[in-house]
Design a protein around this ligand. Structure first.
Ligand code: ATM
Length: 241
C-alpha cells in the first residue's frame, strides 16, 4: 500500500484545517519568541538517524553553539519510561500508543525543550511530531484530525525550525537493523511492506512542508550522508540570519 497523491492532498488539507480550527477553539497563541533552534531528524528505522544526529551535534558544538541531543519518545525520566514500555509491550492498541507518544512528548516539551530553547540551546531531536503523523496516522490509520488536535493540545503552535528526513529503500534499512542489533524490539520487527508505507509517509511530509523539511538520500557511507545534511543545514542557517 502506498500513500497516493489523492491521499497526500487529503492529509495536507486535514493537517492545515484542523490546526487552524483547534487553535481557534483552544485560544493557544504562539509560545514566547525562542532564542535557540530546534532541529528534528525523521525517517524509518535503519536510516542512520542517531549517527547523523551525533555528527551534526559535534559539528555545531565545534562551531561554538550550545547543543543538546534528545529523542522521542524520550528525553525526560518519565518519557524514557514510556519509551521502555512502548518498546517492550507487544500488541499495544493504536490509540493507547498514540496517547502515550503524546504524553511522553508533552512532558519532554514542557520540562526540557522549552526551557532549553529559552536558554539558547540548539536542540537536535531524533524523531518528533512528524513521526506521529506517519506511524500513527499513515501506518496505523488514526484520523489525521485527531492527531493534529493532540498536537495543538500538547505543543500549541510549536514547530521544529528545521527537519531532516532520511530516506533509504526498506531492503537496505532492514539489513542495517539486523546487523546492528542482537535484540530486536517491537518496532524493529516491521515487515518490508510497513517500511514502504512509512518511507512514503515521510516523503509526503517533506512535500507538504517544503520550507521546514528536507528529504536526504541516506544511502552510502555516513560521511557522504553527513555532507549532504551539512549542505542543507548551511543553506537553512543562511536563510535564518
Ligand atoms: P527509535 O527511536 O528506535 O526510532 O524508536 C522509536 C519508535 O517509536 C519508532 N519505531 N520504529 N520503527 C517510531 C515510533 N514512534 C511512533 O510510532 N510515534 C511517534 O510519535 C514517535 C516519536 C515514535
Amino acid at each position: 500500500m502506498q500513500v497516493r497523491n489523492g491521499k497526500k492532498a487529503e492529509i495536507k488539507r486535514k493537517i492545515f484545517e484542523n490546526e487552524g480550527k483547534t487553535r481557534e477553539k483552544s485560544g493557544i497563541r504562539n509560545l514566547k519568541i525562542r532564542k535557540g533552534l530546534f532541529i528534528s531528524f525523521e525517517g524509518g528505522e535503519g536510516t542512520g538517524k542517531s549517527t547523523q544526529v551525533g555528527l551534526l551535534a559535534d559539528k555545531l558544538s565545534e562551531q561554538g553553539n550550545l547543543v543538546h541531543i534528545t529523542r522521542e519518545p524520550g528525553g525526560t525520566e518519565l518519557s524514557e519510561e514510556i519509551r521502555k514500555l512502548l518498546k517492550t509491550t507487544s500488541d499495544v492498541d493504536p490509540i493507547t500508543e498514540m496517547l502515550l507518544m503524546f504524553a511522553a512528548r508533552r512532558e519532554h516539551f514542557v520540562k526540557s525543550i522549552c526551557p532549553m530553547l529559552e536558554q539558547g540551546y540548539t536542540i537536535i531531536c531524533d524523531r518528533f511530531y512528524d513521526s506521529s503523523l506517519v506511524y500513527q496516522g499513515v501506518l496505523k490509520n488514526i484520523p489525521i484530525e485527531q492527531i493534529v488536535q493532540l498536537k495543538i493540545m500538547t505543543l500549541g503552535d510549536f514547530e521544529p525550525d528545521f527537519t531532516i528526513i532520511l530516506d533509504i529503500p526498506p531492503s537496505i534499512a532492514k539489513e542495517r537493523i539486523q546487523h546492528r542489533q542482537l535484540y530486536l524490539d517491537n518496532y524493529d520487527m516491521m515487515s518490508e511492506n510497513e517500511y514502504d508505507i512509512i518511507r512514503n509517509g515521510f516523503k509526503k511530509i517533506a512535500e507538504i512542508f517544503p520550507f521546514r523539511c528536507k528529504l536526504i538520500n541516506a544511502s552510502g557511507d555516513e560521511k557522504k550522508v553527513f555532507s549532504r545534511i551539512c549542505k542543507v543545514i548551511e543553506k537553512f542557517m543562511v536563510q535564518k540570519v
